[in-house]
Design a protein around this ligand. Structure first.
Ligand code: GLN
Length: 222
């Protein structure tokens, strides 16, 4: 089984470890550049993208990780992790010195932080998720597409480049307050090459198929 790292600087690390193991991977916490070279792929957890960004630079893991991503290293980012994989943020936070937050990049997307609104910072909805139909765990008799998705101060993807595949959207009829207001479907899951990202948190609901898809991507089977 592939050895999958979870970046363990801040955020929901434990939940990803559990979901990866449920999906059949071996796991390892990653904090240092040398640990990056030991794993076959990496999960960037949810949390606070500004904090994770700062800690990645402090631990000098940001530059080696960028280089690995450019060379095709598989990475899955959920929520703050999606923000960290985005080439551009519409509204980057500024730190006390006025310096904007940075991302690793790699995904040709523009992302909007906290896009679904702050009053109701969290919501749950059912999503149609493309790409789960052919997973080994999938019972051919059961519909594969439905995923129960939890959004916590979640970003959405505002623009995607031509290399990016859209895997899931929150429809205006869904329970996202902002999406209802806009009457526009919002992109909440994307893939490009070996990079996978979701606005929501499959790791908190006992859902392991998104992690299984990522493991298939690492293996070269998806
Ligand atoms: N709003 C957070 C950020 O900008 C992400 C929230 C999350 O990961 N649950 O980093």
């Amino acid at each position: 089984a592939p050895l999958v790292g979870v970046l363990a600087l801040q955020g929901g690390v434990r939940e990803h470890i559990r979901a990866l193991e449920a999906a059949g991977a071996r796991t390892m916490l990653v904090r240092r550049p040398a640990e990056l070279d030991a794993v076959d792929g990496l999960v960037l957890p949810g949390g606070e993208s500004t904090t994770i960004d700062k800690l990645m630079r402090l631990y000098q893991i940001a530059e080696p990780l960028k280089a690995k991503i450019a060379a095709g290293f598989p990475v899955y980012g959920s929520c703050a992790g999606l923000i960290l994989l985005a080439d551009r943020i519409t509204d980057p936070a500024l730190d006390a010195a006025g310096e904007p937050q940075q991302t690793l990049g790699g995904l040709d997307i523009v992302v909007r932080r906290n896009a679904f609104g702050r009053q109701r910072e969290s919501f749950e909805t059912e999503l149609v998720f493309d790409g789960l139909q052919t997973l080994p765990s999938q019972d051919p008799g059961q519909p594969a597409a439905a995923v129960h998705a939890v959004f916590i101060r979640a970003p959405w993807v505002e623009k995607v480049g031509s290399s990016v595949q859209v895997l899931a959207q929150v429809s205006p009829a869904g329970s996202a307050p902002q999406a209802e207001k806009d009457s526009v479907a919002r992109i909440v899951a994307v893939r490009s090459g070996k990079l996978l990202a979701t606005s929501f948190h499959p790791e908190v609901t006992g859902e392991s198929r998104i992690h299984e898809l990522f493991i298939q991507m690492i293996r070269g089977d998806a």
